[in-house]
Design a protein around this ligand. Structure first.
Ligand SMILES: C[S@@+](CC[C@H](N)C(=O)[O-])C[C@H]1O[C@@H](n2cnc3c(N)ncnc32)[C@H](O)[C@@H]1O
Length: 450
């Protein structure tokens, strides 16, 4: 007998493979993308389950390990990776996935251990998972507030302490909560190619839920869809996936038709593409990045959107390009950073960064800024932005630019929505979660020497 039913797939086994891949150092958002690309036969719910369980297990690792260590004589860091990840996945399901029954979590954990040739440890897995399931509601968390937040939100203690010192306890709690808010996708409509209204109608006809942004009329939040690449408007290059806070970089730059613009760290092209739309494809944008692979990503986006005013090229931003000194109306320096503003999407960033790394990045940012600022023509604009929330990379670098380069900080008033303008400063630090956005830092400078 033939049947149209899709073959049974063990979704938890797929997730376990993804976690083991992440354990080898590959970044989580790349693993999600590759896995979903490789498993095109999965339906919308299966894709959502895999993504949620994988990302959630990583996001909640500190809490999972705290819980496991309360119930297992063998501590998490002494376990074989396969067993460690089976237990972490199980704790995540027990604690955060109400739709999965306890018995299914336990049975599937045991099945996975056996499948991975750890039959000898299946009794151990069974005992620990069942014990945790029975006692989940009575688990005690640390009493000291910062230590409790570390476990409750699985945020490394040094980041919790850094934010408490900088923003105070209430704002820190809000940031931590926001990391776990339900994520939707934000897209930007290329209004030089189509209208927002037309895109909304088409997306809704194709089954997506669409919400207009209250902060930027070209931005839409979409949810309840399978893959972005299924949409007509995506394939026509009418829409671009871009976080709202990142759109403010293009708006802060305030580009005009005919401008010469250099985006020195451009891949995959988010800001360049936005600026190309704002100047109606009239002008010249040099979109640069460090490797041919990254330049390839920009070129893919140029091809899809059809903006032929953008030229992607491989250039190291730390090396002076004499050909463009003093030529650019605008230089966009959206520089490599610690990424603490995007930890809601790139879930492993928080574990892979350190204060030493932040200091190194702040140094690299200054090095790049001292080179690329030379490309701005007198009276022209330098935009410095990051997707992070550290003083070293943001406010301290603004101060450094003003003290060491011939630039004056400009107000972003009137260029950005008033809801996000900081009345005390001319730059803007968007904290993660504000209006559901990623954390972002944006500053604009005018070249003041002749
Ligand atoms: C924050 S991302 C840029 C995001 C991009 N502006 C966008 O909106 O899509 C930083 C980029 O800097 C690039 N990068 C790092 N070091 C660089 C260097 N020395 N020269 C040029 N690009 C570099 C990275 O490859 C990465 O693509």
């Amino acid at each position: 007998m033939t049947t149209n039913k899709a073959p049974e797939v063990n979704l938890r086994n797929i997730v376990l493979n993804m976690l083991l891949e992440n354990n080898k150092g590959r970044l989580s958002h790349l693993i999600v993308k590759d896995t979903l690309d490789e498993n095109k036969n999965l339906d919308k719910n299966q894709r959502a389950f895999i993504t949620r369980l994988f990302q959630g297990t990583i996001e909640r690792t500190i809490e999972e390990d705290y819980i496991i260590n309360l119930f297992s004589k063998t501590k998490v860091n002494k376990m074989k990776p396969v067993i460690r990840y089976i237990l972490r996945m199980s704790v995540y399901q027990l604690k955060y996935m109400d739709s999965v029954p306890e018995s299914a979590v336990c049975n599937e954990a045991v099945k996975l251990a056996k499948k991975r040739k750890f039959s000898n440890l299946s009794g151990f897995v069974n005992g620990v998972v069942r014990n945790i399931a029975r006692n989940m509601d009575s688990i005690k968390y640390p009493e000291k507030e910062n230590e409790r937040l570390e476990i409750e939100y699985s945020m490394p203690l040094w980041i919790v302490d850094m934010w408490i010192e900088r923003f105070g306890i209430e704002t820190t709690k809000n940031i931590l909560k926001s990391v776990y808010n339900k994520k939707t996708t934000t897209i930007r409509v290329n209004t030089s190619k189509t209208t927002v209204d037309e895109v909304v109608v088409r997306l809704e006809n194709e089954g997506a839920k669409v919400k207009r942004s209250t902060l930027y009329s070209n931005a839409l939040e979409i949810s309840d869809y399978n893959q972005i690449a299924d949409f007509y408007d995506f394939n026509k290059g009418n829409i671009v996936v871009q976080n709202l806070s990142s759109m403010f970089v293009g708006m802060a730059a305030n580009p005009k038709e005919g401008y010469y613009i250099i985006d020195v760290c451009a891949a995959p092209g988010g800001k360049s593409l936005h600026i190309a739309d704002l100047i109606h494809n009239k002008g010249k944008i040099r979109a640069r990045d460090l490797t041919e692979y990254k330049v390839g990503l920009i070129n893919e986006n140029i091809k899809r959107t059809g903006f032929n005013c953008i030229f992607a090229e491989c250039k190291d931003a730390t090396k002076l390009d004499k050909n463009v000194i003093g030529k650019a109306d605008i230089v966009i320096a959206d520089l490599p950073c610690s990424g603490l503003g995007v930890i809601g999407n790139k879930v492993d960033i928080k574990y892979n960064t350190s204060i030493e790394q932040i200091n190194e990045l702040a140094k690299l940012q200054k090095e790049i800024l001292s080179v690329v600022s030379k490309y701005v023509k007198p009276g022209g604009t330098l935009i410095y932005s990051t997707c992070t929330v550290t003083k070293e990379e943001n406010e301290d670098n603004v101060k450094w630019i003003e003290e060491n380069l011939p630039f004056k900080l400009q107000s972003l008033n009137k260029k950005l929505p008033e809801q996000i303008i900081d009345n005390k400063h001319d730059y803007v630090q968007i904290l993660p979660g504000k209006y559901g956005m990623d954390g972002f830092f944006i500053s604009a400078f005018r070249r003041i020497d002749k």
